[in-house]
Design a protein around this ligand. Structure first.
Ligand code: NAP
Length: 276
């Protein structure tokens, strides 16, 4: 992995996080490349991490074994179509929603036949703070060592898991891609309720956010199902039980199911639109 050259096409927020994660995992800065039309963005990355920078995307493709496609989904098609690809490289897309076949077709336009190794990753926003949750899908042309490299890159910014069926990426989008916003919404509702009970804005926010953090840490670090952790803190006839009954009578589970299914459907629609 240390001899690998990893290049980023697009040097925005997500590229910066991944580069920061790689450097923090002792990956050599000299083997990291980035290109972006924004010279200031590139220079800042060079100042902060000492990586190789160049405004030309083709320069990154020509020098790297792994090319991370880190531009916005809406411009991925022209960016890919402009590149002349190295056949042996891995192309790792973090662009939300774009299917590997579309990326393969766009990248392969200048090649006689397109059998490129392409991995699609779906990270989420907490990756910016190295606490992301990413799912990866590899196409049939990807070699084992390329899968390992992609996993190591995404693991530098949090959890990374694999799915075998690309269609599952729509479910991933609904769960972890959009998921942070669901928890923020729940926090908003709790803060608002706490305010109505007379707590100050600052106290309502601190108690709500720290409680979410503590509950997530317990669910991650204690080897028990969330249902069991919940039962442990729900005494018969107590306050938690009264609140949980209210959630259940209000149809919380059904609502969550409907919300995630709606997100999954939208992810599927977007993948079809963006992949054209
Ligand atoms: N941020 C997240 O939490 C998150 C989560 C999941 C997936 N993603 C995916 O990650 C990708 C990057 O997101 P981001 O948040 O890092 O976006 P971003 O901050 O806007 O970064 C994209 C970068 O690409 C640059 N760029 C524009 N045109 C380019 C070109 N022709 N060649 C090379 N670079 C070009 C942009 O420069 P300008 O600013 O000058 O246009 C910008 O620096 C997106 O596809 C997104 O779907 C992001």
């Amino acid at each position: 992995m240390d001899n690998l050259k990893i290049g980023f096409i697009g040097a925005g927020n997500m590229a910066r996080s991944l580069i920061g994660g790689l450097i923090a995992s002792d990956f050599p800065a000299n083997n990291i490349y980035a290109s972006d039309p924004d010279a200031l963005q590139l220079q800042t990355l060079n100042d902060d991490f000492g990586i190789q920078i160049n405004p030309e995307n083709q320069y990154t493709v020509d020098h790297c074994d792994v090319v991370v496609l880190a531009v916005k989904p809406q411009i991925l098609k022209p960016v890919c179509q402009a590149l002349t690809c190295r056949r042996d490289s891995l192309y790792l897309s973090i662009a939300a929603g774009i299917p590997t076949t579309a990326i393969g077709n766009w990248l392969g336009e200048k090649m006689d036949n397109g059998s490129l190794a392409i991995i699609r990753a779906m990270p989420n926003t907490p990756a910016l703070l190295l606490t992301g949750a990413t799912a990866l899908y590899a196409n049939a042309h990807t070699r084992d060592e390329q899968r390992e490299s992609a996993e190591a890159i995404l693991r530098a910014v949090g959890l990374a898991i694999w799915v075998d069926d690309e269609a599952q990426m729509d479910a991933v989008t609904a769960v972890s891609g959009s998921g942070p916003a669901y928890y923020f919404l729940f926090m908003e509702a709790m803060i608002s309720a706490a305010r109505q009970m007379g707590l100050s804005e600052a106290n309502a926010r601190l108690l709500t956010v720290q409680t979410a953090f503590g509950a997530a840490k317990m669910a991650l670090e204690i080897d028990e199902e969330p249902a069991h952790l919940r039962q442990n803190v729900t005494s018969p006839g107590g306050t938690t039980e009264r609140a949980i009954q209210t959630f259940q009578q209000g149809g919380l589970e059904k609502l969550v199911n409907e919300a995630l299914t709606a997100a999954q459907t939208r992810a599927h629609e977007l993948a079809e639109e963006l992949g054209k």
